[in-house]
Design a protein around this ligand. Sequence first.
Ligand code: SF4
Length: 462
Amino acid sequence: MPKTPDIKTLHIKTFGCQMNEYDSERMAEALEGLGYALVEEAADADLVILNTCHIREKAAEKVYSELGRMRLNKERRKREGRDTLIAVAGCVAQAEGAEIMARAPAVDIVVGPQSYHRLADLVTEATTTGHGLVATEFSAEDKFAHLPQRPQGKRQVSAFVTVQEGCDKFCTFCVVPYTRGAEFSRPVSEIVAEVERLAGRGAREITLLGQNVNAYHGVGPDGRTWTLARLLRRLAQIPQIDRLRFTTSHPLDMDDELIALFGDEKKLMPYLHLPFQAGSDRILKAMNRRHTIAEYEAVIARVRAARPDIALSTDIIVGFPGETDEDFAATLALAARARFAQAFTFKYSARLGTPAASREQQVPEQVKRERLYALQSLIEDQRRAFDRAMVGRRLDVLFEGRGRKPGQIAGRSPYLQAVHVEGLEGLIGQIAAVDILAASPNSLTGVIKSGFEWHEPVQAAV
Ligand code: SF4
C-alpha cells in the first residue's frame, strides 16, 4: 500500500463486552498521536478497526461477513483515490490469527488484545510497507504501561477502567483463557493514576473491569499484593469519585473482605454481577466451574447479609452438553430462589478449541431454544418485579446524558437501572435524589426531589 501521510479518520466497530469498549477507547487514544480522529461511519474512515468478541455464537463467521463489507468499501474508496486500512482486533483476532489474513486478504493488521500498545507502530508499518501484519503473541510486556495516558478534555461521567485481564480458571466452554491468556493484574499505582485523571475530567463513577475482576492481585505501592477490596477502598478515597462498581466476578473469589465492603463502603454501589452458569452440580462439574450450587448460594447469602438491598445479576448457559431436563429444572429453581435483578442468558454454543466443544451429548437446538425461552420468562418477571419495587422510593441518580424524549435527562440508579426525569441538562454529571413514579419495561421514571439545588455551570467567556 502506498504511503498515505494524510490518513486521519478512524472508525472502530466494537462487539461484545465492556472490556472491549474500554479497549476500543484506549486504541482510539493510542492512535490520536498519529493524528487519527474518530468518525461515525466506516465508509468515511481511512482506518477501520473491528474490535471483535468470541463469546457470541458464530462470532468468527460474523467477523468474516463484516470483513466482506469492509472489502467492498475499501475497493470503492480505492476507485475514488483513497486508501483504507482494515484492522481486526479483539478475541477473534487472537483466536484466528493469520487465518484471518488468509481468508480475508483485504485485512492489513490483525492485533490481539495483549498487543494494543503496538497498534500505532503497526499502523505506521502497514501504511509504509503495505505488508499485512499479525500481532497476536502474548507479550510479556505490560500493554497498559505502554499505552499512552488517557488525554484530558473528554468528559465521561461514568467510565470503565480495566484492572485485570485473562483467566486461569479454564471453564470448559470458555475461550477467554486462550484468547486473553493468564490472569494479569495492573499495579495499583497505575490504576489510581488513571482514575484520578478520569476524575479530573468529570468522572463521578468508575466501573473496574476484568474477566475475573475479583481475582485481582496487583502490586500495591507498598510492594505487597493488593486484593480487589483493598484497591476499591483506595479508589474510594478519591474525592470526586462517588460511585464504584466492578465486573465480572467468579464465586470462588468472593472473599470476606470484598463481601464486607458492600456493607462498609458507601461508594461501592449495591450491584453485583456473579455468574452461576448452571443450576446442577453435575453440569457445574462438567463446566469445570469449581464450585457447587450450595457454595454459590452461600456466597449470595453472605452478600445479602452485608447489603440486603443488593441487586444481583448473573450469567446462565442453557443446553450445555449432557444437560438433562432435571439439570435444567435445577437451573430454573436456582434462578427462582436467587431473585436476580438482571441476568444474561445464553444458549450453549461450541467454541473451537474448548474441551466442551468436542463432548458428545450435544443438546438439540430446539431443546436449547425452549429452555432459553422458559428461563428468560422467569428472569424477565424477576427483573420487572425488582424494578416495580422501586416505585415510591427515593433513589440517588447519577445523570449521564440526555433522555430519549426532548427535555428528558437520563441516569443510573445505585442498582444500575436506567432512570429518566424531566430535567435540565445542567444536571448531567450530578447526583440528585429522584422520587420514582413508574417502572416501564426498560427504565424507571421519576421526578427530582423538590428543593434539590443545583448551580448553573459557569459560562465560558466567548
Ligand atoms: S471464569 Fe469466566 S473468563 Fe474464566 S474461563 Fe470461566 S467463564 Fe471464562
